[in-house]
Design a binder for this molecule. Sequence first.
Ligand SMILES: NC(=O)c1ccc[n+]([C@@H]2O[C@H](COP(=O)([O-])OP(=O)(O)OC[C@H]3O[C@@H](n4cnc5c(N)ncnc54)[C@H](O)[C@@H]3O)[C@@H](O)[C@H]2O)c1
Length: 332
Amino acid sequence: MRILITGAAGFIGYSVARRLLARGDIVIGVDCVNDYYDLRLKEARLASLREAGGNRFTFHRQDFADYPGLTRALEGSEFDRIVHLGAQAGVRYSIENPHAYVQANLVGHLNMLELARHRGVEHMVYASSSSVYGGNTKLPFAVEDRVDHPLSLYAATKKADELMSETYAHLYRLPLTGLRFFTVYGPWGRPDMMMWIFTRKIMAGEPIPVFNHGDMWRDFTYIDDIVTGVVSCLDNPPPDDDAEKAGGSLKPHRLYNIGNHKSEHLMKVVEILEAECGRKAVIDFQPMQPGDARQSFADITAISRDLGFAPTTSIDVGVPNFVRWYKEYHGV
Ligand SMILES: NC(=O)c1ccc[n+]([C@@H]2O[C@H](COP(=O)([O-])OP(=O)(O)OC[C@H]3O[C@@H](n4cnc5c(N)ncnc54)[C@H](O)[C@@H]3O)[C@@H](O)[C@H]2O)c1
């Protein structure tokens, strides 16, 4: 199959592209390679894709919020399906720079829907986020729950993406699957996320900021499990049969949680990091951050029932894997 992947220089996009190339697919990557975090990491991911894919990997350094630029860049490229993972990610940065989120996540998402419609693709899988659940207190979070009270603009843009997608599934019968990812971590991860920041600071002997005085719970999902979930969604477009889909749509539009189905206390992760880094962490307890949720916990019944999704990597295995990769990548 020929797959267009946006965010191919990003953490999840890169990891999905690797898996698709490994099974023989043709991958067309799109990414503007923005400097939200260290560009060298994004360039290293792209170099790894070029090496793994050879002539089955092509790449377009392109902003998908620029529709004329996007369509021009893709003139002459053929693709059957799209995995749209490019976005402005991060809850906290959306308080600092809201406009970046409107461009990448709203304008950009609409552009990808338009591209998918005009190219008549068989299916587009796109990234939503567990942050759409906001401060919901009913646990675990299920795709049937109401998600009308986002705590950050980031979450609001992701919810808006789901709504825009629903209209495209309705108006144009475009098959779409939205994935609410839960705190993804692992090799080639993101330097702005807790797992990376804590590892770096523990190894440097610097204090780690622990928010809400440590009373934080996250459903940490290992990258390999995420990739397995994304690929099995990609291979199974929702049928246009008027039957109710996961998330409640009667159109060819499904919504799934992809999580590990285990809500872990943050301090447990700190303990595993300490063991793997061979150093005690200096803890700097801080209050809750604006925009943040205290807990996340994924109900994965829908994706397990429809696609047999079953995550296999616990934090006891995944966190040490990440630290080993981190040390190797930095040569320490
Ligand atoms: N990593 C997580 O824990 C997590 C959790 C929930 C949701 N998500 C979502 O999953 C998706 C992938 O996340 P990630 O962790 O790989 O993030 P990432 O930041 O590593 O990757 C996103 C990529 O998109 C690119 N990009 C941003 N704006 C663009 C634009 N306008 N045009 C072209 N490229 C653009 C960036 O350069 C980056 O390489 C995102 O939609 C994110 O919101 C991630």
